[in-house]
Design a protein around this ligand. Structure first.
Ligand SMILES: Cc1ncc(COP(=O)(O)O)c(C=O)c1O
Length: 384
């Protein structure tokens, strides 16, 4: 047994004594939260408060994504409105975004997927025109795109497992410095939890990091009750702020910036796939994101020509010890536990995207020989 390379996840750092400036400080103020989902719920609560005349607020989100988006919106008694994607991209179709906006819409959530930020300039233009909030969900991208260009009114970060900065939980809501005092005060209704970094935390960190090793992950995946890799909808039952340890956050950010940009090698060596109907989800493909091209990524996404080919390669990579996976596998309404009422939503492109997406590991423990193995498996499986 040589273990298995996990699909995603960075090791939890140790708190550091040195403090650095945080990437968002120029334009945004941070309120730390117990999770990314809770940060999103707080963002929605601000958008709802900012449109207090709306009786049944609606929030626009993409039709492919994390079910926590739905949980955060429902927790505020708002209605999620799902919008389909542009073909072969993780981006919402902007024509459909415009069409989905009603008098009840209070916000659009632009969600970055696998390190690729949404097209925030375009979404910001739409939101400005319609006087609604733009929320950047940057749980999967660090730093948020808005820290360079303050396009979003509110930005969401997650420090959970499988995220760019893994602190074993926590998140942040960033609000623009010019947000009115009245709307800032909305946050005060949420209780603030302490964060204790004591021996219990160190023990949890030790076990957590052990499970990220090749042997640890191999064992974890064999435990049926752990249901590793399965995404399910979980209702959001409480929303709290968190007194996050800044020395831990600083350590996480430092560790993040020290990671190699492995996906550049994937981009170079997997070019041959494009001639065979695959599509690499590379920031360079999407012009506006030059900035994000020098940020470490959590996974590298590829779109197979069809579901059968995706499933064949997915199986072959896992059989060779590489934890490739299909992320959510299905469009948002079809994730287990999501409100059945959403199932009728017409999302042909999101379904197609879900059926073809494969993610390749891109974390700090991916070695040169792992990438060579990934490339060789893809060459063998896709030989014409
Ligand atoms: C895009 C996105 N937003 C929000 C969340 C929720 O973050 P958390 O797990 O910290 O609640 C996730 C989690 O996977 C996510 O991928």
């Amino acid at each position: 047994m040589s273990g298995k390379l996990r699909p995603v996840g960075s090791r939890v750092p140790l708190p550091t004594s040195s403090v650095m400036s945080l990437p968002w400080e120029r334009f945004y103020v941070a309120e730390y939260t117990a999770s990314g989902t809770e940060a999103l719920a707080m963002a929605v609560s601000i958008a709802v408060a900012g449109n207090s005349k709306v009786e049944q607020p609606e929030v626009i989100i993409p039709g492919y994504g994390c079910p926590d988006l739905i949980a955060a919106i429902l927790a505020l008694d708002a209605t999620p409105v799902l919008v389909d994607l542009l073909p072969d991209t993780p981006f919402m179709d902007d024509t459909l975004v415009r069409k989905s906006i009603t008098d009840s819409t209070v916000a659009v959530v632009g969600v970055g997927l696998l390190g690729i930020p949404e097209r925030l300039s375009l979404l910001a233009e739409i939101c400005r025109e319609k006087s609604i909030f733009l929320i950047e969900d940057s749980a999967q991208c660090f730093p948020p795109f808005s820290t360079e260009k303050p396009l979003a009114d509110l930005v969401v970060l997650s420090f959970g497992r499988g995220k760019p900065i893994n602190l074993m939980g926590g998140g942040a809501l960033l609000y623009r410095k010019n947000l009115s005092a009245e709307l800032r005060d909305v946050l005060l209704q949420f209780p603030k939890l302490p964060q204790t970094i004591g021996w219990g935390w160190y023990l949890k960190r030790f076990i957590f990091n052990l499970l990220l090793t090749r042997y640890g992950f191999w064992i974890l995946e064999k435990l049926p009750f752990m249901d590793v890799g399965r995404t399910r909808f979980n209702e959001l039952k409480s929303i709290s702020r968190l007194d996050l340890s800044l020395s831990l956050l600083n350590a996480g950010i430092r560790d993040y910036w020290s990671r190699p940009l492995l996906y550049h090698r994937y981009t170079r060596e997997l070019q041959f796939l494009e001639q065979q109907g695959w599509r690499l989800l590379d920031t360079r493909t999407y012009g506006e994101f030059g900035l994000a091209d020098s940020n470490p990524r959590i996974r590298f996404g590829v779109l197979a020509p069809d579901m059968v080919t995706r499933n064949k390669v997915w199986k072959a990579l896992n059989a060779s010890g590489i934890g490739a996976n299909a992320l959510y596998e299905v469009a948002l309404p079809y994730i287990g536990g999501v409100d059945q009422a959403l199932i009728g939503t017409d999302l042909p492109v999101a379904h197609d995207f879900a059926s073809r997406l494969l993610t390749l590991p891109c974390h700090c423990d991916v070695s040169d020989s792992d990438i060579t193995r990934v490339v060789n498996v893809l060459k063998d499986e896709c030989a014409v």
